[in-house]
Design a protein around this ligand. Structure first.
Ligand code: NAP
Length: 296
C-alpha cells in the first residue's frame, strides 16, 4: 500500500522502517529533516509537507508529541486535513487528550473525511519486533483500511467503535506504567535501605506472581543506572496530565495519580525531561539518600 508517516521521532522512525521492510511505498515528513535521512537511504520518499504526504498516501500515519503537534501537522497551512484524498484515512497514533480526539473525529466526520485514532502500547523495540499493541478507534471501514499497514509492526490490534475509546484505553495503560515504575522503585529502595540487595528483591519479584516483563527491563536498568530514553519522562508526565483531564470529565477519582504525577513533575524540575521515564526513581533515590546501583 501507499503509506505515509509524519513525525519521525523514536516511534515514527521505527514505524517507517518496518513499513519499508514490509514492502509498502512509504512517504515521510518530519519537522526536522535530518531524522528522515536514514529512511530516505532505505527507499522512503521525502515530502516537503504533511499535505504532500497526504496527497501520496492511502493511509497517513501521524505520530507526534501531543495535541498541539497533531494540530500543527493536521490543520497547519500545509496540513493533512485539506489535502487528504476522499478514499484515504488519516490515522493518528499519537497519545493525545480525549477532548482533542473528539475534536479530530468530529472535524473529519463533518467534512466527510476519514479519521482513525490509533494510539499504541509498546515502544521502539516492539515496533521493530512487529509486536506493538494498537488500539484502533473509528468507523469500522476506516479501521479496516488501516489494518494492513499496522500489520507491518503489530500482531495485536483492538478495535473500538469510537476514536475517544481508543484514547481512553491508552491513557488507562499509561497511568499504570507510571504507577508500576514508582512502585518498583519504592520497593527496591525500601529493600536497599533495610540492607537487602535490590538485585535480590528484583530476582524474587520476577519469580513470583507479581512478575511483569516491564519489571525485568526497568529493574535491570535501575540497577545499571541506564536511563537512556525509550519513552521520555516529559511524555509520561503529559499522559498523566491528559488522564487527569479526562477523569475530570467523567467524575472519576484517580487517587494514585496525584502522588505519581508530583514525582514526575519533580523529575522534570531536576532536569530529567529527556531521560527514560524510569528516571523518576532518581527523585526517590535523592529522597532516600542512596542510589540503587550503590547497593550490591
Ligand atoms: P519523540 O521522539 O519526541 O518524537 C516526537 C515527534 O513529534 C518528532 O518527530 C517531532 O519533530 C514531532 N513534533 C513535535 N512537535 C511538533 C510540532 N509542533 N509540529 C510538527 N512536529 C512536531 O516522541 P516519540 O517517543 O516518538 O512519541 C511520539 C508519540 O507517541 C507521543 O504522543 C508519545 O506519547 C507516543 N508514544 C510513545 C511511546 C514510546 O515508547 N516512545 C510509546 C507509545 C506512545 P522533530 O523531530 O522536528 O522534533
Amino acid at each position: 500500500m501507499r503509506a505515509g508517516v509524519i513525525g519521525l521521532g523514536i516511534m515514527g522512525g521505527a514505524i517507517a522502517e518496518r513499513l519499508l521492510g514490509a514492502g509498502h511505498t512509504v512517504t515521510v515528513y518530519n519537522r526536522t529533516r535530518e531524522k528522515a535521512e536514514p529512511l530516505i537511504e532505505q527507499g522512503a520518499h521525502w515530502a516537503q509537507s504533511p499535505a504532500e504526504v497526504a496527497h501520496q498516501s492511502e493511509v497517513v500515519i501521524s505520530i507526534v508529541t501531543d495535541p498541539k503537534a497533531v494540530e500543527q501537522v493536521s490543520f497547519g497551512e500545509v496540513g493533512i486535513f485539506d489535502a487528504l484524498p476522499a478514499d484515504s484515512v488519516h490515522c493518528d497514533m499519537s497519545t493525545v487528550s480525549v477532548e482533542w480526539t473528539r475534536h479530530m473525529a468530529e472535524t473529519y466526520r463533518r467534512a466527510g473525511k476519514r479519521f482513525v485514532q490509533a494510539p499504541v502500547l509498546g515502544g521502539r523495540k516492539q515496533i521493530l519486533e512487529g509486536t506493538l499493541l494498537v488500539f484502533g478507534g473509528g468507523a469500522e471501514e476506516d479501521v479496516s483500511r488501516c489494518e494492513p499497514v499496522w500489520r507491518a509492526f503489530s500482531d495485536k490490534m483492538w478495535r473500538f467503535s469510537s476514536a475517544e475509546q481508543a484514547t481512553v484505553t491508552k491513557l488507562a495503560c499509561n497511568m499504570l506504567i507510571a504507577h508500576m515504575m514508582v512502585g518498583l522503585g519504592q520497593s527496591m529502595l525500601f529493600a536497599a535501605k533495610g540492607g537487602v540487595s535490590p538485585a535480590t528483591l528484583l530476582d524474587i519479584l520476577l519469580k513470583s506472581n507479581l512478575s511483569a516483563p516491564m519489571y525485568a527491563t526497568k529493574g535491570q536498568a535501575l540497577l545499571e543506572r541506564n536511563f537512556r530514553a525509550n519513552f521520555f519522562v516529559r511524555h509520561l508526565l503529559k499522559d498523566l496530565t491528559l488522564a487527569e483531564e479526562a477523569a475530570r470529565e467523567t467524575s472519576t477519582i484517580l487517587p494514585l495519580n496525584a502522588l505519581t504525577r508530583e514525582l514526575f513533575v519533580a523529575a522534570m524540575q531536576m532536569g530529567y525531561a529527556d531521560e527514560d521515564y524510569s528516571a523518576v526513581v532518581k527523585v526517590m533515590e535523592q529522597l532516600a539518600g542512596t542510589e540503587l546501583s550503590q547497593n550490591p
